[in-house]
Design a protein around this ligand. Structure first.
Ligand SMILES: Cc1cc2nc3c(=O)[nH]c(=O)nc-3n(C[C@H](O)[C@H](O)[C@H](O)COP(=O)(O)OP(=O)(O)OC[C@H]3O[C@@H](n4cnc5c(N)ncnc54)[C@H](O)[C@@H]3O)c2cc1C
Length: 394
């Protein structure tokens, strides 16, 4: 079967949380849809940084929420994953999140796209060029198995996280200077950790801080995190990475991760017999290119719980800003409040048929520290499909 046919109503670029829901909803609305993903799996950053928590799904309330903030795909996913026993709601500090089994999430994504006749998903396919005429994107060039294919698309949803279509098309975008961007991270999986696990997160913080104080590690490496798997002797260690505009040297980062793991082995009894069993294929960015669309959501909009006439997605996650010198800093909305993301944050200023979903929508750098979480990205993907549908039926 041919990987690509000629014309699609919607081309979704990226198979992270936003891309998954954008493609699923597009197909459900009856549009001929293609999703292209440059890697070979679903999940984007959530997969490369080995997440276990969907944040931003629930209202910000003191008591246990009985439903998700947004309905539609977010709610369906939450209910089905919980019912199947592969996910459960958890309170962490001030907020509620959905803890999930990563393999089960991959199965969920696969199962739901497979049943869609109007949806084609192509992995290992990277958008490399965007062709436009008179403020309309007409074609995308896609590199797949060493060939370049050109497809025609009537609308494009940039769900690439890093704003690849925005960049390639010349659409307006903003990006904070590397020195001001939120910390990125690199994840490794560690096995053979003895189980007094509740203590480990604190111990890891303590020993990283100690190594920074004694000059063994650079300051930003203090902000690593350790997430243990309660059911096994495994866990994920994320080390902080200073963002840069040029390519990261993965070998250098992996040796640094090894050095930190050795340090933990020497200092923490529970890590003594542990080993690294998996290195992430890439660095995970919290912040990158953001579209400059018809409206730019601000920190003030988020914190004041602002509502809009064209609000399409609700958010309630705090502004969780990973500062390069001070680590994560949280600013919360008032309890039981939520803000709205207007449709205009998903619509390009420059191209009539270009929309954004997920991490690269039109928000300020500070507002992004709330909107970027996966629960919100899911709802943004679905909203972007509805906007594409309205555009095609205008
Ligand atoms: C270290 C770290 C920890 C985090 N922890 C959490 C957490 O615990 N819970 C939570 O909810 N959120 C967390 N987040 C935030 C969240 O993971 C991301 O912001 C969110 O996953 C972004 O989703 P997305 O779909 O917009 O983009 P992405 O996940 O970045 O997906 C975009 C996809 O597009 C693909 N792509 C890019 N360019 C192209 C191209 N040219 N052609 C084809 N495909 C392309 C990429 O391969 C990728 O798969 C964390 C983020 C980081 C960095």
């Amino acid at each position: 079967m041919k990987a690509f046919s000629e014309v699609y109503d919607v081309c979704v670029v990226g198979g992270g949380f936003a891309g998954f829901s954008a493609a699923l909803k597009s197909a459900k609305l009856g549009m001929e849809t293609i999703l292209v993903e440059e890697c070979s799996t679903w999940g984007g950053v959530s997969c490369s940084s080995m997440h276990q928590f969907i944040c931003g799904l629930y209202p910000y309330s003191e008591t246990c929420p009985d439903e998700t903030l947004n309905n539609g795909i977010s709610r369906d996913l939450e209910e089905e994953m919980k019912k199947s026993g592969y996910a459960q709601m958890q309170r962490i500090g001030n907020v509620y999140v959905l803890e999930f089994v990563p393999e089960a999430l991959q199965c969920y994504f696969k199962k739901h796209v497979q049943s869609q006749k109007k949806l084609k998903v192509v992995f290992n396919a990277k958008v490399v060029k965007v062709h436009s005429i008179n403020q309309v994107i007409e074609e995308l060039s896609i590199e797949h198995l060493q060939n370049v294919h050109t497809i025609k698309c009537r609308t494009v949803i940039d769900a690439s996280g890093k704003g690849e279509v925005l960049y390639l098309s010349g659409a307006s975008y903003d990006i904070a200077p590397a020195t001001k961007r939120q910390l990125a991270a690199y994840a490794i999986k560690i096995k053979g950790v003895h189980k007094t696990l509740r203590l480990n997160q604190l111990k890891v913080f303590y020993y990283l801080a100690k190594a920074v104080k004694s000059g063994v590690l650079d300051n930003h490496l203090r902000f690593g995190s350790w997430i243990s798997n309660n059911k096994s002797d495994e866990g994920v260690l994320r080390i902080s990475i200073i963002p840069r505009d040029t390519k990261y040297c993965l070998e250098e980062i992996q040796s640094q991760a090894q050095l930190i793991h050795n340090l933990l082995k020497n200092e923490i009894e529970e890590f003594k017999d542990s080993e690294i069993v998996y290195f992430a294929p890439s660095v995970s960015e919290r912040e990158g290119i953001r579209m400059m669309g018809l409206y730019v959501l601000s920190e003030e909009d988020v914190l004041s719980g602002r509502k809009f006439d064209d609000g399409v997605v609700k958010g309630a996650w705090p502004i969780e800003f990973w500062h390069q010198n001070h680590g994560p800093r949280y600013r919360y909305l008032p309890r039981d409040q939520y803000y709205e993301i207007p449709m205009r944050c998903l619509v390009s200023n420059d191209f009539f048929n270009l929309f954004a979903a997920g991490r690269c929508i039109s928000v300020s750098s500070r507002a992004l520290a709330s909107t970027r979480v996966t629960g919100t990205c899911l709802a943004l993907g679905e909203a972007s499909a509805e906007i594409a549908f309205s555009y095609l039926n205008r």
